[in-house]
Design a protein around this ligand. Structure first.
Ligand code: SF4
Length: 710
């Protein structure tokens, strides 16, 4: 049986895999793909489980608002209706009456086409995507400090070759298990791993130093570490002078963050703050004595635990300050990086589905960028709309007097994944028209007026950009079920019905060729990348401009200069603010959220795969808290915040701080609790910290407590 090489449909590691078969699709290892070397987590191994599933949508559906019932219709009827309603709403309320919402799992081609459809066909500024809730704080900070945001500015395998690895708010052993082998190999070489997390996760079990701060205080911890580095003379003065600007003000600002004060704010012992700083400043080298005069290579990686806060971008800036002060950014096997979450979280933010960006990671407010992209699209630059609302602000505007009256959603299960989700559901209900393109009837699709069934990963080709900035190719392995269309075909069909003169290609390789031209000369330059090169080279790292000779791509960035015009990195003064909501007498504990191994994001796909355990949510709490509440493992507990309440079985564990509870977010109800306070720079909601009250729940008579999954 011949097989096709492709990539997992889920997280940003984008593990390589082989797919074979027609009726029953089989996943096997693609050993030669270096990112995962044939290893996958259970989500990847079971990814074919949705192939042939009865839950796949195969015909467009129209919902009767009176009865809530769906009716199957043909594609022409569905698209005619959507186009007619869009035209009518825009005629009355203006072009911004229609919004578009994308996703970080869409291929680069779809993300690009969605942005083009919104700006050039609909001429609406109202477009954003769920990647805003993934890594936007790191993207904002990376751009401000280093001049360019590429999640990891080096290959992931560099982790093995650093000396000290610091993971801030990352549980990669559970969220992307094949990546954890790099931690093991680093430690086998004699390197050290530091994990900073309010929970003792499977990743923390691999740590040489585990630091367990109060949720939302990673920024204060970074200030304290930098304070100790300055006080102990560990700052790399030559590097700071030659490759950065702004250090003096930052140095002065951290003078007030001595370790005992940090201890009071973060709950991390002052001695441990000093121990962490000493480790970062050490000259210990993994794999041998090295040059005794040379400092240790230090790599700092942040993830959602540090970033999904109303202070997320400042927190990342604070950790970049630490890396810069130690002279690590732009040094081989060292520096700062972000572990992006969603499958195409990186590419998804580069090609135009974000409210403030045009393809190639260009700014929509830059006249030269607008002229370039308008030229590729064959439209007048003046006709392009300006910057729109960020994802959550867009949702809050739906159905309001000044807000959009209709929305098209591609690849996002908003009603589960947005914070303060009950209010989001109300806003969706206030729309005149909600259109959802999806592969299954997700919780958001179930609320739509029109549902459009589209192809899933194994049924289509397209590029993705993984967490390293490596552009890879997802190859079609099977024929889609009859009745579904690709997102590209949906957009082209709507554009034609709207009478737009703008051409939207439906062949993904053709779209990629156009994307290359649109990205040429931009920060994320893909112009030298072709599908054939990706096949031949197992992916190509951007930037990769087109030239007279093939550009090799850029696995490692910033070795010579940073992305700012003067080539220098920027220190930024940042202040600890803490979470927008802190515990008080009414809501006395912290609530934090996250992922579990067997599920992915809102679970729209993984909860439908039989080989993956669908345990439902649980509330992880410390034995001391359980004792105080009078509850125990498996008993139902009620978690209440200022926004809502949910009940789930208790999972009692010493892995969590006694003042904090953890709930995984793959199931309905969890995000009804989370706080919608936004980071001022990135507009990231504060998913990771809010104040909550926990109490034993009273089950209705006859209902037994749920067994707690291991
Ligand atoms: S979910 Fe992530 S880690 Fe797991 S197989 Fe897929 S890409 Fe790899």
């Amino acid at each position: 049986m011949t097989s096709v090489t492709t990539h997992c449909p889920y997280c940003s590691l984008q593990c390589g895999m082989r797919l074979a078969g027609r009726r029953s699709l089989e996943v096997s290892a693609w050993e030669e793909f270096e990112v995962n070397e044939g290893k996958m987590c259970r989500k990847g191994w079971s990814a074919a489980g949705l192939h042939g599933s009865r839950e796949r949508l195969t015909t467009p559906l129209l919902r009767d608002r009176e009865t809530g019932e769906f009716r199957a219709v043909g594609w022409d009827e569905a698209l005619d209706l959507v186009a007619a309603r869009i035209g009518a709403l825009q005629a009355v309320h203006g072009t911004d009456a229609v919004a578009v919402f994308g996703g970080g799992g869409l291929t680069n081609e779809k993300a690009y086409q969605l942005g083009k459809f919104a700006r050039a066909v609909l001429r609406t500024s109202q477009i954003d995507y769920n990647g805003r809730w993934c890594m936007s704080s790191a993207a904002s900070a990376g751009t401000r400090a280093l001049g360019l945001d590429r999640g990891l500015p080096f290959p992931l395998a560099d982790v093995e070759r650093t000396d000290v690895l610091v993971l801030v708010g990352s549980n990669l052993a559970e969220t992307m298990p094949p990546a954890a082998r790099h931690l093991d190999r680093l430690r086998e070489r004699g390197g050290r791993v530091v994990v900073i997390d309010p929970r003792r996760t499977p990743t923390a079990e691999r740590a040489d130093l585990f630091v367990q701060p109060v949720p939302g205080t990673d920024l204060a911890l970074a200030l304290g570490v930098l304070h100790v580095l300055v006080a102990s003379g560990a700052v790399d003065a030559d590097y700071v002078a030659s490759r950065t600007t702004g250090f003096a003000r930052v140095r002065d600002s951290v003078a007030a963050w001595w370790p005992e004060r940090v201890e009071r704010v973060t709950g991390v012992a002052a001695a441990q703050v000093r121990e962490l700083a000493a480790l970062l400043a050490s000259r210990v080298r993994a794999g041998g004595p090295g040059d005794p005069g040379e400092r240790a290579r230090v790599m700092v990686l942040t993830a959602r635990g540090a970033e999904q806060h109303s202070t997320g971008s400042d927190t990342v800036l604070a950790w970049i300050n630490v890396a810069l002060a130690l002279g690590q950014c732009g040094r081989e096997y060292a520096g700062y990086g972000c572990l992006t979450g969603q499958g195409n979280g990186q590419g998804g933010r580069e090609h135009g589905q974000k409210a403030d960006q045009l393809p190639g990671y260009r700014s929509i407010t830059d006249p030269a960028a607008r002229a370039h992209v308008a030229g590729v699209w064959g439209v007048d630059p003046e006709s392009l709309p300006g910057k729109g609302r960020s994802a959550y602000e867009l949702l809050m505007a739906l159905g309001t007097e000044d807000g959009p009256k209709a929305m098209l959603v591609h690849g996002s299960n908003i009603v589960l994944s947005a914070p303060n989700a009950a209010v989001v559901a109300e806003r969706l209900a206030a729309l005149d028209l909600l259109v959802v393109a999806d592969i299954v009837l997700s919780e958001t699709a179930a609320l739509a007026d029109v549902v459009l069934p589209v192809t899933q990963w194994a049924e289509e080709s397209g590029t993705m950009t993984n967490l390293e900035g490596r552009v890879i190719l997802r190859q079609r392995a099977v024929t889609p079920p009859g009745g579904v269309r690709t997102d590209l075909e949906v957009l082209a069909g709507l554009a034609a019905r709207l009478g737009s003169p703008v051409e939207l290609a439906t062949d993904p390789e053709e779209v990629f060729t156009e994307l290359r031209a649109a990205s040429a000369g931009g920060p994320a330059d893909y112009s030298g990348i072709t599908w054939q090169r990706i096949r031949d080279e197992q992916g190509v790292f951007w930037p990769c401009p087109e030239g007279p000779t093939p550009h090799p791509g850029t696995p490692r960035m910033f070795l010579e200069r940073f992305g700012h015009p003067d080539g220098l990195a920027r220190f930024h003064v940042v202040e600890h603010r803490g979470p927008a909501e802190v515990p008080d007498a009414d809501y006395p504990v912290h609530l934090t959220t996250g992922r579990v191994l067997a599920q992915y994001q809102s679970g729209a796909q993984t909860r439908r795969i039989r080989d993956l355990p669908d345990t439902g949510p649980f509330v992880e709490l410390h034995p001391l808290l359980a004792m105080r509440l009078g509850t125990c493992d498996g008993e139902p507990v009620e978690v209440t915040t200022r926004r809502g309440t949910m009940v789930a079985p208790a999972r009692v564990s010493e892995a969590i701080r006694p003042d904090t509870v953890f709930v995984p977010f793959h199931w309905a109800g969890v995000n009804r609790l989370t706080n919608d306070a936004l980071d001022p720079a990135s507009r990231m909601p504060e998913f990771k910290a809010c104040a909550a009250r926990v109490a034993p729940a009273v089950l209705p008579s006859g209902v037994e407590p749920v067994e707690v999954p291991a």
